[in-house]
Design a protein around this ligand. Structure first.
Ligand SMILES: [Zn+2]
Length: 320
C-alpha cells in the first residue's frame, strides 16, 4: 500500500504527499484508536526513505523497508512489561540519531502511542525537536494528544485523523476480502479497526452473549444479575463495546416498539431478538433502561473504575 492507494484521510494524505520533497522534522498523527495512524506513519516513512520518493517497491530502500530491516527506520513503542516509554528509550533514539543515516538521506523515527512517553522522556525529546539534525524525521502517533507536552506539540505538525465515511469503510472491507454489511458499517461508526474486528468470531460471540443476556432479563430477576456479575469479567477491557451494544439493542427495541416497523432497526441481523425483547417490556421501561445506559456510556474512564461501573450496571438491571 502507498499514499495513492491508502483509503480515506484525504486531507492528511494530500498534506503528506506535498511534504515528500521537503518533509517537516516532526509530525503528530493524532486521533482515536483504530483510524490508521500507525499504518499511514509506516507508509509515509517508506515514501520518504524510497530512492524515488514514491514507495516504488523496487529500489534497495523499499526492499529493506519491506523486509523490516531498513537501518534508517525505527519504531519506538512502550515495552509490554513497562508502564510508559521511558527517558532511556528516548536517549537511545538521540544517540542513534547522532550517527546519521546509513543508507538513505533521512532517518525516520516513528513513536507509536506517544501519549505513553513519560514526562521526562518528552522533555528529553524536546531538545532534539528544537534543534533536529537536518536528516531527522519524527512521526509520533497519539490516541490522546492531551497527554503530550504543549512544547512537544508546538514543535510538530499536528495531523488530526477523522472517522471514515461509509463508502470508505466499505472499500476497506472489500480490500480485506470482507463483505460490507450496512448494519456493521452503521454500528462501527467510521472506525476501520472496530469494523474489521467486528468480523471476528470472538467479537460476534461477545455480541451474541450480550444480546442473549438482555433478552433473558425480565425486569426483576436478581438471579440473572448475579450471573451477569461473574461473567461480566470478560468485558473488563471493553466496556465501550458492551455499552454500545446494549444501547443499540435497546434503541432498536424502542424504535420497534414505537413504530412496529423494522425499517429503522440497526442490528438487522438480530431482528428476532429485538422484536422478542420489545414485546416483553413496556415502552417506558425500555426508554428508562436506554437512558440509564446512555448515562453509563458517558462515564469518564470506565476501565479505571470498572468495579463501580459494574455495580451501577447491576443496579440498573435490577431496576434500581
Ligand atoms: Zn523505492
Amino acid at each position: 500500500m502507498n499514499l495513492d492507494t491508502f483509503i480515506g484521510q484525504k486531507e492528511i494524505v494530500f498534506t503528506l504527499k506535498k511534504a515528500l520533497k521537503n518533509p517537516f522534522h516532526a509530525y503528530i498523527f493524532e486521533g482515536e484508536k483504530g483510524l490508521g495512524k500507525k499504518l499511514l506513519a509506516r507508509i509515509f516513512s517508506k515514501h520518504i526513505l524510497c530512492e524515488n520518493k514514491s514507495s516504488c517497491g523496487v529500489c534497495k530502500s523499499c526492499h529493506l523497508f519491506d523486509a523490516s530491516s531498513h537501518p534508517d527506520f525505527k519504531i519506538i513503542k512502550r515495552q509490554e512489561d513497562k508502564k510508559e516509554i521511558s527517558v532511556e528509550s528516548v536517549r537511545e533514539i538521540i544517540k542513534d540519531l547522532s550517527r546519521g543515516p546509513i543508507f538513505s538521506d533521512r532517518k525516520v523515527f516513528v513513536i507509536e502511542e506517544g501519549e505513553e512517553l513519560s514526562t521526562s522522556a518528552q522533555n528529553a525529546l524536546l531538545k532534539t525537536l528544537e534543534e533536529p539534525p537536518p536528516y531527522a524525521i519524527f512521526i509520533i502517533t497519539c490516541n490522546n494528544i492531551e497527554r503530550l507536552l504543549p512544547t512537544v506539540i508546538s514543535r510538530s505538525v499536528v495531523l488530526s485523523f477523522k472517522r471514515y465515511s461509509a463508502s470508505e469503510i466499505a472499500r476497506i472491507l472489500s480490500q480485506n476480502n470482507l463483505e460490507p454489511k450496512d448494519y456493521i458499517i452503521k454500528l462501527c461508526k467510521g472506525n476501520p479497526k472496530i469494523t474489521l474486528d467486528f468480523y471476528n468470531k470472538e467479537v460476534q460471540n461477545k455480541r451474541d452473549y450480550i444480546f442473549d443476556k438482555i433478552l433473558q432479563y425480565d425486569g426483576a430477576g436478581f438471579g440473572l444479575i448475579k450471573e451477569f456479575e461473574s461473567e461480566f469479567e470478560k468485558f473488563k477491557n471493553d466496556f465501550e463495546f458492551l455499552f454500545e451494544n446494549i444501547i443499540y439493542f435497546l434503541r432498536d427495541a424502542l424504535l420497534y416498539k414505537k413504530t412496529k416497523s423494522i425499517e429503522l432497526i440497526t442490528n438487522t441481523d438480530k431482528l428476532e431478538k429485538i422484536i422478542q425483547f420489545s414485546n416483553k417490556h413496556t415502552i417506558t421501561h425500555i426508554y428508562r433502561l436506554l437512558q440509564d445506559f446512555m448515562v453509563l456510556d458517558r462515564y469518564p474512564d470506565a476501565n479505571v473504575v470498572s468495579e463501580n461501573v459494574l455495580d451501577m450496571i447491576f443496579l440498573k438491571l435490577s431496576g434500581g
